[in-house]
Design a protein. Structure first.
Length: 190
């Protein structure tokens, strides 16, 4: 079917698209969360796919971000995780090379004044460091898909960060767990 010209016709010559018109569409939350999930697929981290979409009160996209190393640094999907696999040259365990999706989204906004009063749609609930930056940027609402658990040094397990929620509550940043549909289906772990 040529979707632009609706040329998929039935036997009577009427375009088939008129026989079964579309009756619904994604909500704003579904649109922006699915976009955050799609953006997360740019992630260079081997373990956490995170994407962030910042939206203003008029439902206009301000900025996008995903987690990955700073410009010019090693990509974990190429050389391994610094916290789990160690430095590619020395093997020594080091801190994460990644800048989180939320921070990259703040940087990509170019003018952080645009973020004041915005809503963040994020695949992973922000860590404490990101929450501090979100607070300072003036983000007023966070819609998240899944909880964040930090990888312990050496890859010995995961741990929660309760400080991020505490700060959000203290600063009256609204938090909402996403409950809509996910229509994006891309899996690079296969």
């Amino acid at each position: 079917m040529d979707r632009r010209n609706n040329c998929d016709c039935d036997k009577s010559g009427a375009p088939a698209i008129l026989k079964k018109p579309r009756a619904g569409r994604l909500s704003w939350d579904e649109t922006f969360m699915n976009l955050a999930i799609l953006v997360s697929k740019r992630t260079a981290c081997r373990f956490v796919e995170a994407g962030a979409v910042y939206v203003d009160s008029n439902k206009r996209i301000i900025s996008l971000g995903y987690n990955g190393p700073t410009e010019g640094d090693y990509h974990c999907i190429d050389v391994g995780c610094a916290k789990v696999d160690g430095d590619p040259k020395t093997g020594a365990l080091k801190r994460c090379r990644g800048a989180h999706a939320e921070i990259n989204g703040i940087i990509n906004a170019q003018n952080t004044c645009r973020l004041r009063g915005s809503t963040l749609y994020t695949v992973t609930f922000p860590c404490y460091d990101c929450m501090k930056a979100l607070n300072n940027a003036g983000v007023k609402e966070i819609v998240y898909y899944e909880e964040y658990e930090r990888i312990k040094a050496g890859g010995t397990g995961l741990e929660k960060e309760n400080e991020a929620r505490e700060l959000a509550e203290k600063r009256n940043i609204a938090i909402k767990k996403y409950s809509g549909q996910v229509v994006i289906d891309v899996d690079f772990k296969k």
